[in-house]
Design a protein around this ligand. Structure first.
Ligand code: SF4
Length: 249
């Protein structure tokens, strides 16, 4: 099991102090200013993993303006909705940004055959590890910093996210340009600026992952991630559980 990705940076006291200071200063910055800071500070060491959620699409639109050379990748588990894959093409067409689709070693049929059936039914943590986390380590290898689209108002776990901090789990700097944005802020920009988004969001799917582990939510469900791994205790695939230090907040 990989532990942390080989990283280009070490969490020295100097770096952690720098990150804390930057995070405090960037608390009042716009997402564009945060992305521009990250691109200038980390250059080619900066990357982003996107699942083409609304926040990711908004950051992609910002990257197209301020740092289009940034390496962006997707964890292409083999279980994504077709609408998600189509969105990748619409983003490429509109912004000229090519997202690298990282795929697991085994195809879905090979993987399910090797485990006697779909692991998402019997052991979703293992399935997420094999088909998401391993790809994430591959995408992050050799990088210094990664951006995420997480917002503090998404869940209690994400409420602790810093704008800039050290990600102990993946061993590199983590930047969350939309940490302070609300769901309303993100959607207002998407609509105003015509950012491509997944049409499933208009069909009762506020949060979209792999099709076996995503369902539409009802009006009575306040948690926008209620439709992910529904009926199990699982709420995260392990990408954005908070394990940060030097957060400055
Ligand atoms: S979200 Fe479901 S299908 Fe996708 S990797 Fe995790 S367990 Fe497997």
């Amino acid at each position: 099991m990989p532990t942390a990705s080989p990283s280009a940076v070490e969490p020295t006291p100097e770096l952690l102090a720098e990150l804390a200071e930057a995070s405090a200063k960037l608390e009042t910055a716009t997402p564009e200013e945060i992305v521009a800071w990250a691109a200038e500070r980390f250059g080619n060491g900066l990357t982003m993993a996107t699942a083409f959620g609304p926040e990711g699409c908004l950051i992609l639109s910002i990257l197209a303006q301020v740092a289009p050379q940034t390496y962006v990748f997707n964890l292409d588990t083999g279980y994504q909705f077709q609408a998600t894959l189509d969105l990748r093409d619409r983003i490429a067409e509109k912004y000229g940004l090519e997202v690298d689709m990282l795929q697991p070693e085994l195809t879905v049929p090979e993987y399910e055959a090797a485990h006697g059936g779909p692991l998402y039914q019997t052991n979703p943590n293992q399935c997420c590890f094999d088909r998401k986390i391993k790809l994430l380590h591959r995408g992050l290898a050799g990088r210094s910093a990664w951006m995420s689209g997480i917002r503090r108002d998404q869940s209690a776990d994400r409420a602790q996210s810093a704008i800039v901090g050290w990600d102990k789990k993946f061993n590199l700097v983590k930047i969350s340009p939309l940490a302070n944005a609300t769901k309303k802020d993100v959607w207002a920009r998407i609509v105003k600026e015509g950012v491509p988004y997944n049409p499933m969001h208009d069909q009762g799917y506020p949060s979209i992952g792999c099709w076996p582990c995503t369902r539409a939510v009802t009006d009575g469900e306040a948690d926008e991630r209620a439709g992910r791994w529904s009926g199990t205790a699982k709420t995260e695939c392990g990408l954005h559980s908070v394990e940060q230090q030097g957060s400055g907040i």
